[in-house]
Structure formats: C-alpha cells, structure tokens
Design a protein around this ligand. Sequence first.
Ligand code: NAD
Length: 468
Amino acid sequence: MASNTKSKVLFDSEEALMMVKELRVTFDCGKTRSYEWRISQLKAIIKLTEENEQEIYQALHSDLSKCETEAFVQEIAMLKNSCRIALKELKHWMTPEKVKTSIATFPSSAEIVSEPLGVVLVISAWNYPFLLSLDPVIGAIAAGNAVVLKPSEIAPATSSLLAKLLGDYLDNSCIKVVEGAVDETSALLQQKWDKIFYTGNGRVARIVMAAASKHLTPVVLELGGKSPVVVDSNINLKVATRRIIAGKWGSNNGQACISPDYIITTKDYAPKLVDALKTELEKFYGKNPLESKDLSRIVNSNHFNRLTKLLDDDKVSGKIVYGGEKDESKLKISPTVLLDVPRDSLIMNEEIFGPLLPILTVDKIEESFDVINSGSKPLAAYIFTNTKKLKEQFVMTISAGGLVVNDTTLHLAVHTLPFGGVGESGVGAYHGKFTFEAFSHKKAVLYRRFIGDAPVRYPPYTNTKMRL
Ligand code: NAD
C-alpha cells in the first residue's frame, strides 16, 4: 500500500513499477538534489517525531509492549540524534573533497564529488521498527535520493503509523512508504533500484541480493548473528553484569541484533558470574519478571514458539540456572540464564534473538577466542577484562562487525563508527556520515587545462620523446 493512498490495497509489481517510474521522473528533474530540499525533509522528520511522540510510544507498545523509556532512548532519541547530525554536517558532507593529483596529470586538480544514486529502496525489520525504518531514510534523503520505505509487517502498528506520518509530513513526490509482507516486498524487489538497504535475517538477505544482482544494484545488508561476550575474572563484576543485562534484556528483551547472544567464561569464574546475574536481574525486574513493565514481550507466537523450542531441546535439559518462566497468553518469557550448554545444542546453533542467555565455560579465557572464531563472524563481540594483552588479542583476532571492550552494544551510539556486519553478519555499514556515503556515489573528477601535454602520449613513439 502506498502511503498517500492511506488504505490497504494489494500492491503488485505493476504498481511497484509505476511508483519507481514516477520517482525516477522526480529524481531526474533534480528536486532531491538541492541542499534546501534535503534540509527541509530532515527537519520534517524531526518535526514528525516530536509532534507524534505519544503515538510512536503507543505503536511500539502495541507491537512489542516496549516500555516508554526504552522507546525514547533506543528509538526516538537515537533517531533525532541521527537527524540532527545530518542537519549539522550536511553542507560539509556535500562539499567536494579536494585530493592530490599525480605527476602524470600535471598540471591538474582533482576532487571527489558525492552524488545521489537515484531511486533507492529501504526494507526494514520489526525489532526497532521506528528507528530502523527512518535511520536509513535519513541517509537516503541527506544524500539526495528519492526513496521508498518498506517497514516490517511484523510490527504492524508502527508500520501503519510510519505510512501515515511520512505521508503527512514529507514530500510524497520523492519519499513513499509501501506497507506489506512477502508479496509486496517481492513486487518491489522485481524493480530496478539504485540501491537496496535491507535490515533483517540472512535468509531473506540472500533473496534481496539475488534480486539486486539482476540489475547490478548495490546493496547494504544489515544482518545479525551470535554476538558473544567474553568475561574474564579480573573485572568489576557488578558493573560488567549490569552492562550485560542492559545489552541483553534492557534492549527489547534480547530481540536486538547486537544483544549478547552467549557468554564465555572460565569454569572457575562461572558460579560467581551466575550469582551476580541473578542478583542484578532480580533488582531490575523483581521476583516475577513476567509481570515487569520494563521487559518487552516476544514479538509474536512464531518467535515465542521458536524460543520455546530452544529451551525444550533435550541437550539443554537441566541447564537453566535462572528464569525459564513463560506466559504464552502474553507472549512473555522471563530473563533466562543457562549454564554449560553443549556446543551442539540448538540454542548454540542459531541466533537466539530473545531473552535466553547461555553461558559456555572454558579452562582458560584465551580459549574463548577459538570458540568464537569457529563460528560465523558475528555482528558484535564484547569482552570484559582488565588485562591489556587480552584486550589487544581480542581486537586483533576476533572478526566481527564491531567490538566493545568492557561494555555491550554502546558502539551503536557512536556516530563516528561504522555500524554493519562482516561475512554472515552483513554487507556495508551505516550511521552518521557512513549512512550518507551508503547512499552516495563518490564521483572522481579530474580538471585539466590546455597546457602541459607530454609528447610521449602521442605517436609516433620515438626514443627522443621517451627522454623528454
Ligand atoms: P522481518 O521479519 O521484519 O523481515 C525483514 C524484512 O524482510 C521485512 O520488511 C519483511 O517484510 C521482509 N521479508 C520477509 N520475508 C521476505 C521474503 N521472503 N522476501 C522478501 N522480503 C521479505 O525481520 P527479521 O528478519 O525477523 O529480523 C530479525 C533479524 O534481523 C535478526 O537476524 C537480526 O539480528 C537482524 N537485524 C539486524 C539489524 C542490523 O542493524 N544489523 C537490526 C535489526 C535486526
């Protein structure tokens, strides 16, 4: 459904084609290229967020029972911050970058000009449905593109709110929303785009990349993975535990792409860590966490059943040391810690994306690096340690989208760091200037004058010319 229709209609490939054609005409007339247009749309995103904050909270609560504090800090504030950075830096980002030239082109000058790619598609996921939809759109607009946003159908309240708000506040001749699921996304994917920015799982990412390859369309794929936390024994355990909890259960109840997926610690230290997790979890969420208003629910019954299956696996029977409570009617699962789960259990062989946290144990903490490197490259990896050498080894040997030493998930909030995966966890990156670059072509421009012709460039090639 297109945003400006504001009602549910089947969106097929013919409509998708018409929409892309219309956007291409608008893009070609140059409207989206001007600095003023980009600024006006970015300001409108801030305005739509500020004027509809309550509606956004309600939608996020309806989709995920996300509490207001999390919704504010992790979606609204982050989105506004992204927008403010783009507003502040846009002139600078758009300014051509002067670069050195070579003796072969003397005399000359050169610059790199950032130009918009054209008409781009953003396909978003359900877990941070407001932020993950609009954050790439900010970059697409800042870079001067026309854009179609396809929010996730799994967060339907936020999806329809986005369609309404973008319809009401933004320039619909250049920015459109298509709501829908597989059929609508497939119709969009059949079209020729100048960039596709996809957030979601690796299975669909392969469908997106295959569709993009038909038109040689470049892609950004923001995916997930099993993000590990290494916990050494020489740390401030209370601080580390609280930071692990904030990154796991304080981030959408574990339904976040960079949530800690599992912990690795030493056999000797594990009991202390488990005790600390129990103490802090009880302080945060009380004795009956299923009743806590500060924990999001599981998004839907498919994901609830998927997580239940991970707990029902015979291989993890008896391994729960904290939590494990469920309420299917409310789609709630309490924070759950499992100790010494086997490496071949189901829970260790897929991204958990929920409130379950297994702990693996090793004899020596250095062995944890081999455990991590034996799997796919994760989106994030974390270590808590006070040992300089271990920090250095971690940074040098662990390949992941991003690393954090002595905390979890916060690299996401540093707009000067690229956010994206490597290998199975993704292709490309965004945030801050990296989002602008993800939606720009860096055009190489060389300026020459009519002097400075080396005779050796032109035939007949003679030894005399070679010496000149
Ligand atoms: P999802 O189910 O919302 O799917 C993402 C998008 O893909 C949706 O818009 C959906 O309509 C579309 N889609 C689904 N099936 C499709 C198909 N067959 N063909 C075409 N399009 C299709 O989200 P999800 O995949 O469950 O999201 C969770 C995953 O996303 C996790 O792996 C998580 O780690 C990852 N994730 C990554 C980031 C990041 O920034 N790297 C952020 C959030 C989530």
